[in-house]
Design a protein around this ligand. Structure first.
Ligand SMILES: Nc1ncnc2c1ncn2[C@@H]1O[C@H](COP(=O)(O)OP(=O)(O)OP(=O)(O)O)[C@@H](O)[C@H]1O
Ligand SMILES: O=C([O-])CC(=O)C(=O)O
Ligand SMILES: [Ca+2]
Ligand SMILES: [Mn+2]
Length: 665
C-alpha cells in the first residue's frame, strides 16, 4: 500500500479521501508486501524505551572506569570509586571554604539541571560532603561542581547559559569576555609579607603592586562567597610544565564554561589516571570575574582586582572576565617558583627542527611568538611560556593563544586550521546566519584571540620538551621603522636587548592601548616577572654561554618609515629570515655594523630583498631616518638608566659589557 506523498495514510488514497491515486501528478510508489501482508515503514527493531526520557537516557553511556583499581599508585591508591569521589569533593569543598565560617560548602557533582543527580539529604550521603555546623543560609544550599568537564559538555553549558556563546562555522566556540577584552596590569596586586618583602621585585618599574594579607583575605572571601552563592561552579584540576620533575598542580574554580574550556585548552590536561591521583593542588585560582571588587577596600583603585598570594598559593580574580588573566597569573607564579629551583622561566615561543635544533622566540605581546614558532617545517614545543632547566626546555602550558586579528588561511594555515571544535574564540565577529568568522572585524576589540590545545597544531612536539636552545631570537615590533629586519647579537647585546625588552606595543592586548607606541618591558614580560629583571638576565647569560646559543634581534614591525608612513614587515620576509637563522646559513653570512645601535646586519638573506636589510635604504627621507634613529636610541638609553648600577651575574665584567652594548652616540 503506497503513500502518495500527499499526507494521506497509505491505503486510504483513492478511497476514503476521494482523491484518485496518481491524479495529483505524483508518481505512484509501489511497496512490496511482506509475507504477513502487513506493511511497515521501517525494518529495524523498535527502541528499547517506553518513554522519551528513557530514550534519552539510552543516549548517554556511563563513562568507563578510567583505570583498574588494582595496581593504582599514588594519593588515592586502594580507595573505592565512591571513596575517591568523596575525597575529591572534600578537597573541592575545602578549596571553596569560607575562612571566616571555617567550613566548606556542600558540594555535589554534576549539573543541577540534571534531575537524577540533585541530592536529597537523607538519601544520597555518598555524593556530598557534610560540613561542620555553621548557622547561615549559605550552609543550607548545595554548590554543584562541574569537574573537569569535556569540551563537548562545556560547549553545551556555554551555549545554554552564557550570552554571546555560539558555534562558528568551523566548529569553534565563539565567546565574549565581557567589558574587559585585554589584561589590566594596573589592577594586579601581590601580597607583601615577610617572605615576599625580600624575595620579590618591588617599587619603580616593578609590576608587583603591593597589598597586605588582610586585604587579600577580604577579596578572597568576596570571591568565595560569590562562587558559593551560585548554583554551580566549574573546577579544573590540571598541570603546568611538561618537565615531569617540575610539574605544578593547579586548580581553577570559575563560574563560566568559557573559563573552564579556556583553561582546559591552555593548561596541561591530566590523563584519567593522573586525575584520579591528583590529590591537593599546589596552586588555586578563584575566578569570580563577573563580580566586582569593592572599591572601599584598601588598595583597590578600580572595580577590578587580580590578587596573588604566594604564601597561600592562591589567586583571586574580581571584576574581569578576560581569560588571559588566569593564563598570565599562573605564569607569574612560575616566574616565582622556577627560579627558586634554578630554572629560568621565559616569555617565549619555542620550536625545534628535524635535527633537534631548538630556537626560543622572545617578544612582547603581538611581536610574533605564536606566529613564528608555529612553523610547518618545525616541531612546535610551545608558543608563549617556557622553562629552561639543566635538562633543556619545557613548555609550561598545554595550549596556544593566538592573536586572530587579520588572520588569513594563506599566511598562517596551521593556526587557521586549529580553529575548530574545542577551540575558544574570544570576541570575534561572525555572520549571524552562516557563522563564518570575519577576522578583519575589530568591532568588539582588536585583541581577538583563539585558545586551542597544542595538539591541534599538526607538528606539535608531545611531550612539549626539547634540548638546549641553539638560537635565541628576540622579536621587536619596531613602530619607528629604524631597527633592521635582522641583526646578529653578541652575548652582551643579547642581554642588553633582553633587559630592555623593547617593542611598539600593538593595540589591544592591554586595555586602553589603541595605537602602537614604544614600550620597554624588562625580559620581554615585565608584567609577569616576580624577581628583579637582572636575576633572569643573569640566568639567561649563563645558560646561553654554557650551551653556545646565538642571539638575534628580529624586527617584525615597520619598514620604509615609521608607523603611519612605512608598513609592517612582510610576514613572508620575516619567515625567510627565521629560516636562515634555523638552517645556520645566517651565521656564516657577511655582516656590516649599523650606526647608533652598533648592530651586525647581514648583507644578504635568501628570499629577502637585500635593500630592506639596512633600514636606511627604505626611508626616502634620510634626515628623518637619522633623527628617528637617534630618538629611539635616546629612549633606549633613558630606559636603561635604572639598570646601569645593577650587577648582572657574579662579576662586573659582564655588567659593564652589557651597558656598553647599547646604542652609542
Ligand atoms: N612580519 C611579521 N612577523 C610576525 N608577525 C606578523 C608580521 N606581520 C604581521 N604579523 C602579525 O602580528 C601578529 C603577531 O602576533 P602573535 O600572536 O604571534 O604575538 P605573540 O608574540 O604571540 O603575543 P602574545 O604574547 O600576546 O601571545 C599576528 O597577528 C601576525 O599575523
Ligand atoms: O596575556 C594575554 O592576554 C596574551 C598574551 O599572551 C600576552 O599579552 O603576552
Ligand atoms: Ca601568543
Ligand atoms: Mn604572551
Amino acid at each position: 500500500m503506497a503513500s502518495t506523498g500527499n499526507g494521506n495514510v497509505s491505503g486510504v488514497t483513492g478511497k476514503g479521501s476521494g482523491v484518485p491515486a496518481g491524479r495529483n501528478g505524483l508518481p505512484k510508489i509501489s511497496t512490496q508486501k511482506r509475507q504477513s501482508g502487513i506493511c511497515h515503514d521501517d525494518s529495524s527493531a523498535p527502541v528499547k524505551a517506553q518513554t522519551i526520557d528513557e530514550l534519552h537516557s539510552l543516549q548517554r553511556k556511563k563513562s568507563a572506569p578510567t583505570t583498574p583499581l588494582d595496581g593504582v599508585q599514588g594519593a588515592f591508591a586502594n580507595l573505592s570509586e565512591d571513596e575517591r569521589q568523596k575525597q575529591q569533593l572534600q578537597s573541592i569543598s575545602a578549596s571553596l571554604a569560607s575562612l571566616t565560617r571555617e567550613t566548606g560548602p556542600k558540594v555535589v557533582r554534576g549539573d543541577p539541571a540534571r534531575r537524577p543527580e540533585t541530592p536529597r539529604v537523607a538519601h544520597a550521603p555518598d555524593h556530598y560532603f557534610t560540613p561542620a555546623y555553621s548557622a547561615s543560609d549559605s550552609s543550607l544550599k548545595f554548590t554543584h561542581v562541574l569537574y573537569n568537564l569535556s569540551p563537548a559538555e562545556l560547549y553545551e553549558q556555554a551555549i545554554k547559559y552564557e550570552q554571546g556563546s555560539f558555534i562558528t562555522s568551523s566548529g569553534a566556540l565563539a565567546t565574549l569576555s565581557g567589558a574587559k577584552t585585554g589584561r589590566t596590569p594596573k589592577d594586579k596586586r601581590v601580597v607583601r609579607d615577610d617572605a615576599t618583602e625580600d624575595e620579590l621585585w618591588w617599587g619603580k618599574g616593578s609590576p608587583n603592586i603591593e597589598m597586605d594579607e588582610h586585604t587579600f583575605m577580604v577579596n578572597r572571601e568576596r570571591a568565595v562567597d560569590y562562587l558559593n552563592s551560585l548554583e554551580k561552579v566549574f573546577v579544573n584540576d590540571q598541570f603546568l610544565n611538561w618537565d615531569p620533575e617540575n610539574r605544578i598542580k593547579v586548580r581553577i574554580v570559575s563560574a563560566r564554561a568559557y573559563h573552564s574550556l579556556f583553561m582546559h585548552n591552555m593548561c596541561i590536561r591530566p590523563s584519567p589516571e593522573e586525575l584520579e591521583n591528583f590529590g591537593t593542588p599546589d596552586f588555586t585560582i578563584y575566578n569570580a570575574g563577573q563580580f566586582p571588587c569593592n572599591r572601599y577596600t584598601h588598595y583597590m583603585t578600580s572595580s577590578t582586582s587580580i590578587d596573588l598570594n604566594l604564601g597561600r598559593r592562591e589567586m583571586v580574580i574580581l571584576g574581569t572576565q578576560y581569560a588571559g588573566e588566569m593564563k598570565k597569573g599562573l605564569f607569574g607564579v612560575m616566574h616565582y617558583l622556577m627560579p627558586k629551583r634554578q630554572i629560568l622561566s621565559l616569555h617565549s615561543g619555542c620550536n625545534m627542527g628535524k635535527d633537534g635544533d631548538v630556537a626560543l622566540f622572545f617578544g612582547l605581546s603581538g611581536t610574533g611568538k605564536t606566529t613564528l614558532s608555529t612553523d610547518h617545517n618545525r616541531y612546535l614545543i610551545g608558543d608563549d611560556e617556557h622553562c629552561w632547566s639543566d635538562k633543556g626546555v619545557s613548555n609550561i602550558e598545554g595550549g596556544c593563544y593566538a592573536k586572530c586579528i587579520d588572520l588569513s588561511k594563506d599566511k598562517e594555515p596551521d593556526i587557521w586550521n586549529a580553529i575548530k571544535f574545542g577551540t575558544v574564540l574570544e570576541n570575534v565577529v561572525f555572520d549571524e546566519h552562516t557563522r563564518e568568522v570575519d577576522y578583519l572585524d575589530k568591532s568588539v576589540t582588536e585583541n581577538t584571540r583563539a585558545a586551542y590545545p597544542i595538539e591541534y597544531i599538526p607538528n606539535a612536539k608531545i611531550p612539549c620538551v626539547g634540548p638546549h636552545p641553539k638560537n635565541v631570537i628576540l622579536l621587536a615590533c619596531d613602530a619607528f621603522g629604524v631597527l633592521p629586519p635582522v641583526s646578529k647579537l653578541s652575548l652582551a647585546q643579547t642581554m642588553y636587548h633582553f633587559i630592555s625588552g623593547y617593542t611598539a606595543l600593538v593595540a589591544g592586548t592591554e586595555e586602553g592601548v589603541k595605537e602602537p607606541r614604544a614600550t620597554f618591558s624588562a625580559c620581554f614580560g615585565a608584567a609577569f616577572i616576580m624577581l628583579h629583571p637582572t636575576k633572569y638576565a643573569a640566568m639567561l647569560a649563563t645558560k646561553m654561554e654554557k650551551h653556545g646559543a646565538t642571539g638575534w634581534l628580529v624586527n617584525t614591525g615597520w619598514s620604509g618609515g615609521s608607523y603611519g608612513a612605512g608598513s609592517r614587515m612582510k610576514l613572508a620576509y620575516t619567515r625567510k629570515i627565521i629560516d636562515a637563522i634555523h638552517s645556520g646559513k645566517l651565521l656564516s653570512a657577511n655582516y656590516k655594523k649599523t650606526e647608533v645601535f652598533g648592530l651586525e646586519i647581514p648583507t644578504e638573506v635568501e628570499g629577502v630583498p637585500s635593500e630592506i636589510l639596512d633600514p636606511v635604504n627604505t626611508w626616502s627621507n634620510k634626515k628623518a631616518y637619522k633623527e628617528t634613529l637617534l630618538t629611539l636610541g635616546g629612549l633606549f638609553k633613558d630606559n636603561f638608566e635604572v639598570f646601569v648600577n645593577h650587577k648582572i651575574g657574579k662579576d662586573d665584567k659582564l655588567t659593564q659589557e652589557i651597558v656598553a652594548a647599547g646604542p652609542n652616540f
